[in-house]
Design a protein around this ligand. Sequence first.
Ligand code: IVH
Length: 716
Amino acid sequence: MSVPVARVAGVSETVPTSDDPTRVAARMAELADEIRRLDVRYHAEGVSDVPDADYDAMVRELRALEAEHPELVADDSPTASVGAAPIGATFAPVEHRVPMMSLDNAFDADELRGWAERLARSLEREDASDLEFIGELKIDGIAMSLRYEDGVFVQAATRGNGKVGEDVTANVATIASIPERLDGAPPVLEVRGEVYMPNSTFEALNEAQEAAGKPRYANPRNTTAGSLRQKDPTITASRGLDFWAYQLGEVVDGPDTPRQSDALDWLGELGFPVNPERRRIVGADALVGFVEQWTEHRHDLDYDIDGLVFKIDGLDLQRALGSTSKAPRWAIASKLPPEERTTTLLAIEVSVGRTGKATPFAVLDPVFVGGSTVQMATLHNDDQVRLKDVRPGDTVIVRKAGDVIPEVVGPVLADRAADSEPWVFPSDCPTCAEPLVRPEGEAHTFCVNPFCPARQQAQIEYFASRGAMDIDGVGERTVALLIAEGLIVDSGDLFHLDFEKVGELEGYGQTSVDNMRAGIDAARGRPLASLLVGLGVRHLGPSGAEALARAFGHLDAIMAADVEAMAAVDGVGPTIAGSVAAYFDDERAKALIEKFRSGGVNLVGPEVSETEQTLAGMAVVVTGTLAGFSRDEAADAIKSRGGKSPGSVSKKTAAVVVGESPGASKLTKATDLGVPILDEAGFVSLLETGVVPGVPTEDAASDEAAPEGDAPADAG
Ligand code: IVH
């Protein structure tokens, strides 16, 4: 399934943010949740659900909102760990002597049985009916390794990439249930477990937030992560975190614990909190019984679980089964089906986005499901509404798709009012009242009026956003007001704005007018590629825009170019070329460009580079701060040599350049995919030679075994 971003984008179209703090906070939480989910997919499963550009756009949008609303920045924001230098606290790296592995998943009873039977076969048993397991709750918190030397707590480290985590000792030391000293402990003892926030504590924290007029935290897990990243341990101490121990790490001269269940009993005797719900289980059928029990009872707990963990109980058998590079074979995480709740569908409304797409969405009586309150959910399109047959007034079942995106599953028919009528897609645009059109064979319905205020508004917001012209002082509220007051109709009008009139608008003092003027002035000098992106031409993203700007050198040349000439540009291709040509074929587009020209907007592309194209076609990712290059300079150095500088790591990445405070996600991904990692010196050498230091070139590599897994992209 590769829908999430489309859905998030859909949600953002249907539920536009505004300067209203609760809406902004909701959008920020939504972005943060989705970025985190993608990060997890990326790291734990090596899967990219969305194109890198979409991921980057989400991160950019979140950063922009955070910059605009510093008071709403969650202390666990994923922007702290992606891309640029982390905001907030930084923690020293800790190398795990015993790696902290992740777990493979079983998504249903069959997969769970299949796993057990496979293990039985590897252990040369007839079947899994007498295999001994331990069933544990999979606590939805933050994995932690606690190290004790001679019975004294000396260090707490996060999982990080499994090999290197972060030292959060000072913060973890504030958790009351974690013992500081142990009686009768071996010289070295590492205890692995999960730091979590009880739901009751989380609720109390949110009540305090609300009482103080501050936004609610999204969910206990993220709040736990944020609480552990505090620079000031007294804040962590105030958050009421707790801990469950579930695994041994490095142990030197420990007692003989032949089974996992013995090890956990021992940890309990030493004074660690060990979850009482653990069970010794014999045979595959009983595993499924444990899943059924917890599917029903997960809400009886005062903490969130995101599944169950089954481990082979005997440590000798665990050793015999061993591990893959990522996860032990002797353990598995069993997913629980997503939580579902019912609520009232108050109304179905339709919102119109930048492209004119009219998206129906459910307005719900707010309901707490899957860890956060849901009050809106996209219904995608007319067919979906019909298929689900949801009607205003219905009691509906709501859940989180992929554990993040709210979804209306369907109506509870038994509760439906006798006089209920099916919902009918409106025939006219709710904003401009012109007829809506559903093109033959298309799932979506569109407002085709290019001057529809809803579309214009979304388009101008997009034009002014970070990913495009990045105009300070022109946010959603301002755009709405300028349109309503008749001061602008399209983005071109921003460069002819009558600031005297703006100054007369309510709430626009001299400072905001000055800010806006400065923002618009700065935008006049933006690169041609930013302007191209801001036009919102279908299929044309940042890299296509950049390629066109470089190849043609001027907007007029792009407008004059035919499809073939554009399609011939590296990184453009026929789809983008056709779409760009069609866009400029429209008189209204030409008129818009004239507004930019007369408004003093830069239409000139970058100087055509004479630099040697050492990196032609190579993707080089930079993360963290370099001493000799700013972010933009590093990217320019790569691009001017014919390379690409994407925002995230994939199989195709030739090298990852790592500076100070790198993004953990990129490092992990690079390590996982075997992409070479370079320091700044390596980067400089790469720029000069086009050869990734330390990676054999084709000739030299011919008699060496290829690296395991995905080989790094062409290095020579
Ligand atoms: S055992 C080598 N047991 O799940 C086995 N993990 O996807 C390592 N988790 O990073 C993990 N409850 O954060 C284990 N009872 C439990 C757990 C548990 C939660 C988390 C842990 C780990 C992740 C694996």
